[in-house]
Design a protein around this ligand. Sequence first.
Ligand SMILES: [Zn+2]
Length: 458
Amino acid sequence: MQPVVTYLKKNQSRFVDELCEYVRFPSVSAQTNHRADLKACADWLLKHCRQIGLEARLCPTAGNPVVMARTPRGRSNGKPRPHFLVYGHYDVQPPEPFELWKTPPFEPQIRGRSLFARGSTDNKGQHFAHLKAVEAYLKSDVELPCDITFLVEGEEEVGSKNLGPFLKTHRVELDCDAIVISDTGMPAANCPGLTYALRGIAAFEITLSGPTRDLHSGIFGGNVDNPAMALSQLLAQLRDENGRVAVPGFYDEVQPLSPYERRQMKRFPLKEKDYRKFLGVPKLFGERGFTPVEQRSARPTLEINGLTSGYQGEGTKTIIPAWASVKITCRLVPNQRPERIAKLIRAHLRKLCPPTVRLEIEGGHGAKPYLVSPTGRQTQAALRALQSAFGTQPVLMREGGSIPIVNEFKKTLHADTLLLGLSLPDDNAHSPNEKFNLDCFAKGQLMSAYLWRELSES
Ligand SMILES: [Zn+2]
């Protein structure tokens, strides 16, 4: 192991130069005029993988190609070694608005301990750290304790729509013991973390309609129900005074937090006062009986995302609007099922809706929540790797958002995903002045180096 660590230390400045080369490609998947840049970027990565000793190939898809690179296969005691998959993406978010960047998005610049460029943290820098760790094994002649396959796609920022079919086609080759993804966050540079759960989602659009057209509120007001008022009253009944979603059965399938998990969540460095200031709210609000960290990651929610009705222009317009509509999403936690939640919400809304308006509900589609056991052997192995690399006890986290590919991996490869994010809260992923902390880069490589050993021995 020591030669691996020494190799990483010795080659750090070259690694940074290489990462700079990698982030120079404007591999913006959302913009068709960058199609050739995506191909060039994939070609660069392919060549780089071969240079460091991986067997690599470019796999075409209906969209941008996938780069597949594998370590030379080995055996231990005559048996196949454990096999792990590292997932990443070489495509990036659009850089606009350009004028808000201090230096151009595709001309990497190092300021302080950060590398500024689009794609630096999301996600080129993060999966590059794993590539460098594997390079260290291969180039310092230390035998890897496992086989590793890198799968780096070019369509993550546009929904990964060709990845599902790709996994199915390559299912045998990708069969693995776990997937490792570094594409999430860590709380602070001195506080590494492992994300073991993600929330799911269910989305709806609800419309109440009344009269066939907007009506004069003086002539007809008093005779007909107002759809905007009816919708407000209906929505007001969806949450109670304790911040709980008031849909019968909504919490039935929620797996309660274990005492271990609650202890872990307490360790998350979040100061309520700073947090409130950061959010700009006069007071925090959430489900009673849970801490803010639990509320935003381990409890389900129902939120109004948009609300529309009537006249929004200048001055007054005395009407009874013909309709009112709302967009709602629920964030779901293990083991809530989006289809079941959709059913419950539809049934409840139908029950609440007065006979004076017509109710229409669209959608209900969503993504399942995700959970890998926080006390499972792979999770614990990954925590040990983080601890060794960062020299401090990592936190176990749940993430409030969803990462759909994780469910895709579970469904097709039947393997769990370890989310070992290296991105800092102020890294500006998806925003102008995106950056990647070079200490996180270096320690991420070290973490990866330890990870293969810990995972293989666990
Ligand atoms: Zn992203």
